[in-house]
Design a protein around this ligand. Structure first.
Ligand code: SF4
Ligand code: SF4
Length: 236
């Protein structure tokens, strides 16, 4: 629900990859996640009836945070001014996706409206701070979403089967290591094409004044490509 979608079969795993879910291209989740932003906004602007189910199910709202995606949906009706007042209700959203993929009875995109609102607020330098005390909603426990219902809504029931785990000793002949796998600034490559590196050797660094993380080589090999985004290493 929170994951990124990719059609690139050469996409690599990083330390923040929790798992891969492979679905047919025409699957509900794929079509939902690949809707162009203009479509999402246009549909949301015209079809949201402000039923507020998105807010009533929102786990952050139920915890007592001032997150109200139904109010954020109102921001879609504005073009040049006026949306900022509604954007602030998105600031404390954790992008779990429950509103878009489960709660909204009209298959709209409140989570994506919150993403946009948070982005717009960052661009405008606006920071929302909750002033009300954080008090857990009395209905929180009653509004927990049963996993079986969620699987049904996401149309993944057919994949809920026993999956044998097969442990294999996989040693890749080449690795592509991303320089940004973490929050903050990307690491800067400190190796060049043609360098030889050992397994565990630091190959990307961040300056001590920046928030970020060092990047290490996962294999012993030769550096064959260095860009601002990644370092490619061939196994020796
Ligand atoms: S649940 Fe859907 S229709 Fe209802 S207020 Fe939220 S976005 Fe609008
Ligand atoms: S995506 Fe954000 S607004 Fe939607 S349910 Fe999750 S926390 Fe709430």
């Amino acid at each position: 629900m929170m994951g990124q979608i990719t059609f690139d079969k050469n996409e690599v795993v990083t330390k923040t990859t929790a798992g891969l879910i492979i679905l047919p291209k025409e699957h509900f989740l794929v079509t939902r996640k690949t809707q162009p932003p203009e479509n999402r906004n246009r549909i949301g602007k015209s079809a949201c009836d402000q039923c507020s189910y998105c807010t009533e199910f929102c786990p952050r709202y139920l915890l007592g945070y001032e997150v109200m995606p139904h109010k954020v949906m109102r921001s879609l009706g504005f073009t040049l001014t006026g949306e900022a007042i509604w954007n602030q209700w998105a600031e404390l959203c954790c992008a779990c996706g429950l509103c878009t993929l489960y709660a909204c009875p009209e298959d709209l995109f409140p989570k994506e409206a919150c993403d946009k609102a948070k982005y717009d607020m960052r661009q405008a330098g606006i920071k929302f701070t909750q002033t009300k005390p954080v008090v857990v909603h009395p209905m929180k426990e009653s509004r927990r979403v049963p996993q079986s219902q969620l699987r049904k809504r996401l149309k993944v029931e057919q994949y809920d089967v026993e999956t044998p785990f097969e442990e294999i000793d996989f040693i890749p002949s080449e690795v592509k290591i991303k320089l940004q796998q973490h929050i903050g600034k990307p690491a800067k490559a400190i190796v060049n094409v043609g360098d030889y590196v050992n397994e565990g050797q630091i190959i990307g660094e961040v300056s001590e004044n920046d928030l970020g993380a060092f990047v290490h080589s996962s294999i012993k090999g030769k550096v064959v490509e260095v860009t601002n985004e990644f370092i490619r290493i061939q196994k020796l």
